[in-house]
Design a protein around this ligand. Structure first.
Ligand SMILES: [Zn+2]
Length: 97
């Protein structure tokens, strides 16, 4: 690694591009013209390929069922929230009365 090399040869100044210089002035001069850019971070993992079309519809049906379950869950949550709001309103009404 470059870091260990730096420890072994502390008198040299290294640019990110890999060039080394005996004094810092030369390095700074070089850095003004250096066009080196660090390599970009690795791209995020590609999304999983869409499943190959199944010969029968069982996979699709299962997916649909799962989606329906998810939708039902979402609706239940929404209704829960609505009920909570209602309860709060009721509480406020009771407080006023
Ligand atoms: Zn450089």
């Amino acid at each position: 690694m470059i870091k260990t090399e730096l420890h072994k040869i502390p008198k040299k100044f290294y640019c990110e591009c890999g060039k080394d210089y005996v004094n810092k002035q030369n390095l700074n001069q070089h850095k003004e013209t250096c066009t080196y850019t660090p390599p970009p971070p690795p791209p995020p993992p590609a999304p999983p390929a869409p499943p190959a079309p199944a010969q029968d519809n069982t996979m699709l049906q299962m997916q649909m069922q799962q989606m329906q379950i998810e939708m039902q869950k979402l609706q239940m949550e929404r209704e829960d929230k609505r009920e909570e709001r209602r309860e709060k309103k009721d509480e406020k009404r009771k407080m006023r009365e």
